[in-house]
Ligand binder design. Sequence first.
Ligand SMILES: [Zn+2]
Length: 308
Amino acid sequence: MKIGDILINKGEKKKFTLGNISGTAFCGRNTGKTLVITAGVHGGEYVGIETALRLIKELEAEKLSGNIIICPVLNTDGFYDGVKQISTSDYKNLNREFPGDEKGTSTQRIAFDIEKYLYPTADFIVDLHGGDINENLIPLIFFPYGSGEDMKNYVRDIASRMSVNFRVGSYASNGLYSYATKKNIPAMLYERGEHGIWSEDDVLAEKEDIYKLMEMLGIIKDGHDISVNKKQKEIVSVEYVEAECDGLWYPYIKQGQRVKKGELLGVLKNIEGEKLQVVVAKFDADILYYTLSLGVRKKDALIAYGTE
Ligand SMILES: [Zn+2]
């Protein structure tokens, strides 16, 4: 297998750095598909990062039919500085910077290198996220609604066999996974964990799902249960509510809660306690995630809720 100009021999595990990205590649003894696993696009989403690190330790290239490339921390500045969603080097959100720019800011150059080195090798990309330091979230998968019927159906089938209970159709196009689907590479975004913490239970659950994905792609044959998760719901319509101005955010719900049309979900107030924005459910819905921060800036995400 080759990534850029780096050659990895059959049965070999190799660390690599190409441009602004680093990771570990496993070239299977037998040929097959290539799975790319990315994490740390957002530096405070720890379950995905820890899961990626465990997989790097556990996987054995000798036993694979195909290849696996794992980049555990793509936004290293954001990760080591412990900030939410952005890189501290240029204040940009890597998951909004696709397509990248070879001559752009540091985050735009990372996006460019992901496209240049990871996209061409991938038969499937899973990008691991979670609720960030300032978010509560129910585990879910985003998959592409806007990249054609075949892409939607293929990724939906894979998502439907994961342990998370929500899969969310998305029309995004400027993120790592969503832009990949625009380039006809099957991809999805997996979210688990929240609030800037990670737990052993969450890491083990996420790791099992990634092993299932490898099994579905034919890279391993270890007998993981890849039957359809009958509890999983498909969210076809999502309301993403942003703050209309700077303010103090008071949510009245929890992630995973079922709410009725017209129900009060939260209020944005000014420092004097006057209401600036009242958020009410536009339809019966499940709460997918919401912001925990008391102080929020204009345009910050407050809450996302969706319906089947
Ligand atoms: Zn994220």
